[in-house]
Write a protein that binds this ligand. Sequence first.
Ligand SMILES: N[C@@H](CCC(=O)N[C@@H](CS)C(=O)NCC(=O)O)C(=O)O
Length: 214
Amino acid sequence: MELLIGDKKWSSWSMRPWLVLKHVGEPFDERLIRLRSERTNADARAAGSPNGQVPVLKDGALAIHDSLAICEYVAERHPGRAWPTDQAARALGRAAAAEMHAGFHSLRGECPMDLDLRREISVSELTHQDLRRLVELWSALLGRFGGQWLVGDWSIADAFFTPVASRLRSYGLRLSDYGDQGPCAAYAARLLAAPEFLEWEKGALADPGPTGAG
Ligand SMILES: N[C@@H](CCC(=O)N[C@@H](CS)C(=O)NCC(=O)O)C(=O)O
């Protein structure tokens, strides 16, 4: 298998399936497509991306685009490893991952992932709303499923929120300002201490960038 990914410090969509592949122990090669270049789309297509975006998982003749579809494909190959076996937990985990995939637009737009960045900013009311919703969602799931990961054992839902945790860190956003009593901040810290994330981050920080100049 080969996973086409974008620059590790920026590509939050690429990070998600990469974390899931690492978590289930599926062997794969990764291939970097440089983002923020006029060649990005053409390079991605030349590498086998059907829509010129990353991530894409190539498995034989199959090229699967979209982070969530890739994660579901990996989950089907490893039953019980990427989603819980309990149907209700799985359904709520899928709902959370889908909400992240399709929502939190203001947070994503105002606070793009940049693993190098540490800068406190003030955010718009729409982003405040996203952060209140984030605390509401995390609090409900952590309270219901034991408080370690969102729906019990580590799952695709946690992969989907790992880039959010990195945004909170980068932009100095405190979940206590949005109603968190502590469990959500602890969960965000746990996401950023997971070995799979640390491996991704190490790769991001070691990447000299497109010119090789840093
Ligand atoms: N919904 C897609 C979003 C993919 C996406 O926006 N990828 C970005 C990189 S993180 C990309 O390929 N950008 C380059 C471009 O659009 O030309 C997913 O979940 O995979």
